[in-house]
Design a protein around this ligand. Structure first.
Ligand code: IPM
Ligand code: MG
Length: 360
């Protein structure tokens, strides 16, 4: 099979980790007779520096013409200016939001799993961690307060600012269906997150999710308020299978879910819409402090490439090969600095990639 992949390496450690994932995909291509063609495009700080905007139209057009998109990470300083000083629409994050929206990627899957080999890195109490963590946050990605009307004005209390949380029945329905379908392939349980005791948008969210649930009598549905969820994730994460959330709640809870596994450098994500063209990225950021030092853990991006193989290209065997290679390397005791623990062998990012390549 021949596939054209748009690569948005981005900033900070983005280029090193996407290079690692590309090497892995090329190795898979050699082994299975696929041809993967990679086209590098600008997004983020690197795009602002070269074109003045975080996401040039050319990048969007080429992503739309590709079979799938691999993303590293965006963010950092722009020249000698800190990004906080840039207007909102020129921040590198604006590029990320725009590409998600332009590609119609409403469904963001963020699996958070405690890798048995890394149990020592889990920050939770041992008796809690022992029950296991294996959940997927299904986050709505192109609606809600991220894309609602926003602005500033001047009123009686002086200057004010506002952002709007707004969800339609259609938007909630399509993401809820994704969560229920996914639950059917897992442990048949959806926990839907809202703040229905306060927010009208959450009350609609809850109604719609219950309507969708009628078509999935084999899947158990639990409603949970977002504040309680933040607590339950620390208290008893084993209770969660599929966690269905709005855009903003998913942003917050997915960081928490990732952190409790102790391996933020390990977690992959996919964003998909109505077609097979998805965007795959590690859930961690651009980590400018360690960029270029060969310290970054490439595994999250390599596992994101595995998700692309499976979910965009239906290459199941190929995806498993990558995941098995990663597991073998971890079981053999190799660790990058972020997941290092006593008695293990510490390796550089590039060595980690090499070890994984050897096992494919
Ligand atoms: C994420 C990130 C982004 C988000 C930022 C960088 C815009 O935090 O993917 O979780 O808030 O969606
Ligand atoms: Mg986030």
């Amino acid at each position: 099979m021949k596939k054209h992949i748009a690569v948005l390496a981005g900033d900070g450690i983005g280029p090193e980790i996407t290079d690692a994932a590309i090497a892995v995909m090329n190795k898979i291509g050699e082994k299975y007779g696929h041809e993967f063609e990679f086209e590098h495009l600008l997004m983020g700080v690197c795009a602002i520096e070269k074109t003045g905007e975080p996401l040039p139209q050319y990048t969007i057009d080429r992503c739309l013409a590709s079979d799938s998109v691999l993303l590293g990470a965006v963010g950092g300083a722009v020249g000698d200016k800190r990004i906080e000083s840039l207007p909102g629409h020129l921040r590198p994050e604006a590029g990320l939001l725009k590409i998600r929206s332009a590609l119609g990627l409403y469904s963001n899957l963020r699996p958070a799993k405690l890798f048995p080999a890394l149990a020592g890195a889990c920050p939770l109490r041992k008796d809690i961690a022992e029950k296991g963590i294996d959940l997927v946050v299904v986050r709505e990605l192109i609606g809600g307060i991220y894309f609602g009307e926003r602005g500033r004005g001047v009123g009686e209390g002086g200057e004010f600012a506002y952002d709007t949380e707004k969800y339609s029945v259609e938007e909630v329905t399509r993401i809820a269906k994704i969560a229920f379908e996914l639950a059917r392939k897992r442990r048949h349980h959806v926990t839907s997150i809202d703040k229905a005791n306060v927010l009208e948008s959450s009350r609609l969210w809850r109604e719609v999710v219950h309507n969708v649930a009628k078509d999935y009598p084999d899947v158990e549905l639990t409603d949970m308020l977002v504040d309680n969820t933040a607590m339950q994730l620390v208290k008893n994460p084993a209770q969660f299978d599929v966690v269905l959330t709005s855009n903003i709640f998913g942003d917050i809870l997915s960081d928490e879910a990732a952190m409790i596994t102790g391996s933020i450098g390990m977690l992959a994500s996919s964003s998909l819409g109505a077609t097979k063209r998805g965007l795959y990225e590690p859930i961690h950021g651009s980590a400018p402090d360690i960029a270029g030092k060969d310290l970054a853990n490439p595994i999250a991006t390599i596992l994101s490439a595995a998700m692309m193989l499976r979910d965009s290209f239906d290459m199941i065997k190929e995806a498993e090969d990558v995941e098995n290679a990663v597991n073998e390397v971890l079981n053999a005791g190799y660790r990058t600095a972020d997941i290092m623990s006593e008695g293990k062998t510490q390796v550089k990012g590039s060595e980690m990639t090499k070890l994984i390549l050897e096992r494919i």
